[in-house]
Ligand binder design. Structure first.
Ligand code: NAP
Length: 295
């Protein structure tokens, strides 16, 4: 069994980007600038956004955190989005999800300029991704594909079972794995909460991507010997014995599933860090695109 070490690979990617940023600086060019909009004080969102901003600093990007109060109106947030769209200094930005209940998430995501949508959530970018056109691929599925690519995991002709059909993970990864290319050409089954007998499907899978957010969902008797296991799940489980009062776990019974797997991603240290690295990669891409647009 080999661990797909997302932490190690994400650090490699960040180092590669840092080299490019240093070269930009040497040439006297503007460096990429990522902004993040956070509404409210959700603990997990604060952690994610903090980590994204810190990563920007480390690799030499400029970053701006726009932290708005929980009771920010939809109109005020849309105005913020409009301002970011029109700010030539910002190459890309993200609106951290989930948004408070009184704000229509779809309306906000639709208002983001597709050319600055480094999360790849805008329908224009999702559509281009589905059509195999160059675009911003959303960071988590992009990170999974990059991890498979860098470990040379061959998925061509293999059966991949994806658990979860969200717009940000399950559905896009099912599209990407089935596309032509390397990695690619997998035969994909997309499952969800209405799928009957998921176990019979995962037992046939060469690759399982678990993205539902239920701790210990994928157990050893659900996977075959030698399967590749990608655990996307991130759940905070309360634990007063820990300093933070919780621990993070994935969807996979790691201890037992890892004994059967050929490759497996740990949680933490697997898909999570790759997501941040690919967001940075998309921001670099956004900078390059803006530069060539103005040239
Ligand atoms: P989501 O929007 O809540 O979607 C969950 C999906 O799982 C849905 O399609 C749902 O089916 C399906 N599902 C739920 N319970 C199920 C069950 N018992 N059996 C089969 N399918 C079931 O979640 P998400 O945003 O995709 O995130 C999924 C997990 O990944 C979460 O733990 C999240 O924190 C984590 N995540 C991690 C990263 C990362 O960087 N590592 C990034 C994003 C998300 P229905 O569609 O039928 O409801």
């Amino acid at each position: 069994m080999e661990i797909l070490d997302g932490k190690k690979i994400s650090n490699q990617i960040k180092e590669e980007i840092a080299v490019e940023v240093a070269q930009m600086k040497e040439r006297g060019e503007k460096v990429p600038h990522l902004a993040a909009v956070l509404v409210g004080n959700d603990g997990a969102s604060l952690t994610y956004v903090g980590s994204k901003v810190r990563s920007c600093k480390k690799i030499g990007f400029e970053s701006t955190l726009i932290h708005l109060p929980e009771d920010t109106s939809e109109e005020a947030l849309l105005q913020q989005v409009h301002d970011l769209n029109n700010n030539p200094d910002i190459d890309g930005y993200i609106v951290q999800l989930p948004l408070p209940k009184h704000i229509d998430e779809e309306k906000v995501l639709m208002a983001v300029d597709a050319d600055k949508d480094v999360d790849g959530f805008h329908p224009t970018n999702f559509g281009k991704m589905a059509l195999e056109m160059e675009t911003f691929i959303s960071a988590t599925p992009f990170g999974i594909m990059e991890l498979l690519r860098r470990y040379n995991v061959d998925i061509s002709g293999k059966h991949a079972v994806v658990i979860g059909r969200s717009h940000i993970v399950g559905r896009p990864i099912s599209i990407l794995m089935s596309q032509k290319g390397k990695p690619g050409n997998a035969t994909v089954t997309l499952t969800h909460s209405r799928t009957t007998d998921i176990k019979s499907l995962t037992q046939q899978a060469d690759i399982v991507v678990s993205a539902l957010g239920v701790p210990n969902f994928l157990k050893a008797d659900m996977v075959k010997e030698g399967a590749v296991i990608i655990d996307v799940g991130i759940t905070r489980v309360s634990d007063e014995s820990r300093e933070k009062g919780y621990y993070i776990t994935g969807d996979v019974d790691y201890e037992n599933v890892s004994k059967k797997a050929s490759y497996i991603t740990p949680v933490p240290g697997g898909v999570g860090p790759m997501t941040i690295a690919m967001l940075l990669k998309n921001t670099l891409l956004a900078r390059e695109r803006h530069k060539s647009k103005r040239a």
